[in-house]
Structure formats: structure tokens, C-alpha cells
Design a protein around this ligand. Structure first.
Ligand code: C2O
Ligand code: CU
Ligand code: CU
Length: 511
């Protein structure tokens, strides 16, 4: 258990915007170093040893323009010893002397050689590289809608530890169309990267050993790996506060936690105006009292503090009816409406935001039924699998370039998995419950309720979607504009590392 830390004593930090090292005719060029460093995460906590991009936790924010490509050299300058116990995993990274990293820009439309394929890892100084090709300089075309993406580590079998150590940051794409909407901007637009952590008394990160080592005598081999920290960290500070003016603010919320999902609300009883999802602006603004955010999901919201002068507002996390009311993770951060209004608020909450053409009209090339299942390996260690296949099994999902496909995610486990597909943004078609008991008896999917439309907050472009237990969640996507090897996986990082990840290959039908 972490030391008891007083809430709302540190100001919310805002990650600085990364400046390019230089500009070439191919666009801005950035260099980012991964290093070990210490940073103070709470007034009463000794500095924490972390890994971060450019010695920052979270990493610096990229601000880029739509259709203006950038290049980034990701440099591993990390020590050879992990700051967290590497207790093996199904991919046996415990025996590897060098710390492996690879960077993925989550939600981006990127060529395979710049996508951060898990086996395209590289070690300190690029001395050693994984079995898949990795470029030293990644290219991001930014040829997609304006939105908040995020970059994070994705190295095979060790992602949960690298991200937990601090390797994550935000990446914001801007467009003219979005600017025209006059949303709150500049200092009134604030990223909120929410994570949970646990600490030791000396300020170091605490992360439990996972029940995964064949050499261990597992007390309970049926435990599925997961991590729930007891402390909330936003933009790298424990339970921070933010002083705001009585006006509208735009918050770019990202759940960057390993396992934890959040049900966010404001204790003032106010609503959020959600304007965007993972892949950009929604069709219309939706007013929501509570917003669910699974790991890796982003929500773009406006909060109006104009009638709350002098008040404080706590952003809460609804833990559900059975939760301990004293669970400290029921609170995220505090807003203090204490700043004077510096100028008239002319920003808008537009009713109509953007056009989203439905993919349903496309010619559907394939419908895939993909089961999310619990399993065990040869040592009886728990695994979670996609369609009963492990990472190293041959590729089975091979969409053709430009094809539109429906993926039916059939969750036969007992909990929700946030499923993420690389390369594309998809649309959620619907969900339908089925009888899990019946399935466990005879392996048949028998529907037990009617089809439900996606939640209002999910009716935009998505790259990560909650696939709840005993439900079929259907998504539709067009696989373009690149061919090559990508991955799809559960974004609970412990699940991902324990083989809930699969390759997929976009193929060119003419080759
Ligand atoms: Cu955010 Cu494959 O990852
Ligand atoms: Cu991704
Ligand atoms: Cu999962």
C-alpha cells in the first residue's frame, strides 16, 4: 500500500509542447530520448525514479497539423536494468539482458515500419534490434482527422512495465476545420492524462510480481494478471488541483492506466459536453453526467465553470455500488474556480461538430467472429487469448487493402476487455448479450437479449472499444491506406503482455 498522501496539494502540471530539432523539406524532425530520471510526484513523496521521454513524465506533447508529416528519432538511452522487477512473462523477457523499447503512436494511420511493431524493438543505442524491421527514424503522415493520440512503449512482453515506468505522452493533431468551431483553446484547452500508480515509502514505484514465472510456485494459478494502483496521478502529479477561470474549458482526457477504467463525473452535478472520441470530433455534442474511459480511450470534453465562481469541483471516479466508499481512487482531481476571468469567453459548444460517413454503406468483404477467451499455457499459467490463438500462431486476420470488414468480438470471459486495432479508426455497430453459462456448457452462442446501439459517446471514430463480458461487440473498419504487419490487442497492458495480442496483415490482393 502506498503511503497516505494528502489530496489536492499539488498543482496540475501541463506537459510542455515538444519543439522540432530542425525543419527540413520533408517537414519537422524531432529527436526524443528515453532516459531514467527522478521526478517529484507529490509534495510529501520523495522523488520517484522513472523512465520517460526527454526526462519527463508524462512525455512532452506533440502538436502537429493535419496532413503535415513529421519524423521522429526515438532514442533508447535507458540503463540495462529495469526499474521494475522483470518477472518473466510468456515471452520470457526476464532472461534478456538489454532493456527493449519500441514506440507506438496509438490511434495513428502509420506505415508498418513506423508503427512500433512489438517485435521491432531496439535496445540502448540501437545496438540490438528485434526480429522485425525497425526504422531508426519514424515517419508520421498525420493524414487523419484532428484528434488526441498518444505515444507509448509497445515492446514485446514488457509493455506493461515500460509504460508503468513512465513511457507515455500525448500527440495532438490540429486541423483548420476544428479551429473554425471556436472551441476553448490555448490555455483553456488542457490535456488530462490519467493513470493509477502505487508507491513505496521511499517514493519508488510499486508494481506487484505477476503470477507468471514457471519457477514460482503459484499460490493461485487462476489469477489473471492485472494491476490496480491505489493512487491517481494526472499529468504526472498525485491527485492534483487546477485553478480555473469561471468560463468554458476543453479537456483532452486520456486513460493511460495499465488496467484501470474510470467512470468520470463532476461532484458539482454538472455535465460534461463530449465533443470527441478516440479518432476525432463526434457528429454532435453529447451532454453526459458520467463518462466511461477504458485504458487507452480518449474523450474530448468541454466543462463550463462560468456559474461556479469561488467554488471547487472534484472530478470523481464512480467505482460502483459495491465499492469501499473510502477507496481513494474514487477521486481524480480538483478544479478551483478561483482565477478572475481574464477576458470574455467567446468560445462555443457547437451542436454540430463534424460529418461522419457511415461505413455500413460499404461493400463488406469479410465478417470475422473473434472470441476473447481465458486459457492456460503448458505450465498451467493463466493466459488470455484472442480467438484461442497465441501471439506466435500463424496470422489469421488478413484484410485486403481497402476492404471493409466487420469484426465481432465475442467476450466469453468474465470481464470487459478494451480491444484496440492498429492502423485504422473503426465505427461501433452494436452489442448483443448472450448466455455465458450456456456457452460454458456446450460452446454455443445463444443470444439472451436484444441488439443495443453503441453509447452516445461511442458514436464517432474509435480505435479502442469496451467489449463487455457475455456480449458480442461488433465494429466495422476499412483497412487502408497501407499494407503490412500490424497488431490488435486488449489494451489492459497486463493482458496484452500475457498474449492477448495478435498480429494482422493488410495484404495487397494484386500481388
Ligand atoms: Cu496503445 Cu497497440 O497500443
Ligand atoms: Cu495503437
Ligand atoms: Cu483484456
Amino acid at each position: 500500500m502506498s503511503p497516505t498522501l494528502e489530496k489536492f496539494v499539488d498543482q496540475l502540471p501541463i506537459m510542455n509542447v515538444l519543439q522540432p530539432n530542425h525543419r527540413t523539406k520533408d517537414g519537422p524532425y524531432y529527436e526524443v530520448r528515453m532516459e531514467e530520471f527522478r521526478q517529484k510526484l507529490h509534495r510529501d513523496l520523495p522523488p520517484t525514479r522513472l523512465w520517460g521521454y526527454n526526462r519527463q513524465f508524462p512525455g512532452p506533447t506533440f502538436e502537429v497539423n493535419q496532413n503535415k508529416p513529421i519524423r521522429v528519432r526515438w532514442m533508447n538511452h535507458l540503463p540495462n536494468r529495469h526499474i521494475l522487477p522483470i518477472d518473466g512473462s510468456v515471452h520470457n523477457v526476464a532472461n534478456e539482458p538489454e532493456v527493449r523499447t519500441v514506440v507506438h503512436l496509438h490511434g495513428s494511420e502509420t506505415r508498418p515500419d513506423s508503427d512500433g511493431y512489438p517485435e521491432a524493438w531496439f535496445t540502448n543505442g540501437f545496438k540490438e534490434t528485434g526480429p522485425s524491421f525497425s526504422r531508426e527514424v519514424y515517419e508520421y503522415p498525420n493524414h487523419q482527422r484532428a484528434t488526441a493520440l498518444w505515444y507509448h512503449d509497445h515492446a514485446m512482453g514488457i509493455t506493461r512495465l515500460n509504460v508503468y515506468a513512465g513511457l507515455a505522452g500525448m500527440y495532438i493533431i490540429r486541423s483548420e476545420q476544428e479551429k473554425a468551431l471556436q472551441l476553448p483553446a490555448g490555455k483553456y484547452e488542457i490535456p488530462l492524462l490519467i493513470q493509477d500508480r502505487s508507491f513505496n515509502q521511499d517514493g519508488s514505484l510499486a508494481y506487484p510480481r505477476q503470477p507468471d514465472d514457471a519457477a514460482d510456485n503459484l499460490p493461485n494459478p487462476s489469477i489473471v494478471p492485472a494491476f490496480l494502483g491505489d493512487t491517481i496521478v494526472v499529468n504526472g502529479k498525485v491527485w492534483p488541483y487546477l485553478e480555473v477561470e469561471p468560463r468554458k474549458y476543453r479537456f483532452r482526457i486520456l486513460n493511460g492506466s495499465n488496467t484501470r477504467d474510470y467512470q468520470l463525473s463532476l461532484d458539482s452535478g454538472q455535465s460534461f459536453y463530449q465533443i470527441g472520441s478516440d479518432g476525432g470530433l463526434l457528429k454532435r455534442t453529447v451532454k453526459l453526467e458520467q463518462i466511461g474511459v477504458e485504458p487507452a480511450e480518449r474523450v474530448d470534453v468541454i466543462v463550463d465553470f462560468s456559474k461556479l465562481k469561488g467554488k471547487t469541483v472534484v472530478m470523481r471516479n464512480n467505482l460502483g455500488a459495491n465499492a469501499d466508499p473510502n477507496d481513494p481512487t474514487g477521486e481524480i482531481m480538483q478544479f478551483r474556480v478561483t482565477k478572475p476571468l481574464s477576458r470574455k469567453d467567446t468560445s462555443k459548444i457547437p451542436r454540430h461538430l463534424s460529418r461522419i460517413p457511415s461505413l455500413k454503406q460499404n461493400n463488406i468483404t469479410a465478417i470475422r467472429q473473434l472470441k476473447l477467451v481465458g486459457s492456460t499455457d503448458e505450465y498451467d499459467r493463466p493466459l488470455l487469448l484472442l480467438d484461442n490463438k497465441k501471439w506466435h500462431d500463424p496470422v489469421t486476420e488478413k484484410p485486403e487493402l481497402g476492404a471493409t470488414e466487420i469484426w465481432s468480438l465475442v467476450n466469453v470471459t468474465n470481464f470487459t476487455h478494451p480491444i484496440h486495432i492498429h492502423l485504422i479508426q473503426f465505427q461501433v455497430l452494436d452489442r448483443q448479450p448472450f448466455d455465458l453459462e450456456r456457452y460454458n456448457k456446450d460452446g454455443k452462442i445463444v443470444y439472451s437479449g436484444s441488439v443495443t446501439a453503441p453509447a452516445l459517446s461511442e458514436r464517432g471514430w474509435k480505435d479502442t472499444i469496451a467489449a463487455p463480458s457475455a456480449q458480442v461487440t461488433r465494429v466495422i473498419a476499412k483497412f487502408a491506406p497501407y499494407t503490412g504487419d500490424y497488431v490488435w490487442h486488449c489494451h489492459i497492458l497486463e493482458h496484452e503482455d500475457y498474449d492477448m495480442m495478435r498480429p494482422f496483415t493488410v495484404i495487397n490482393p494484386d500481388e
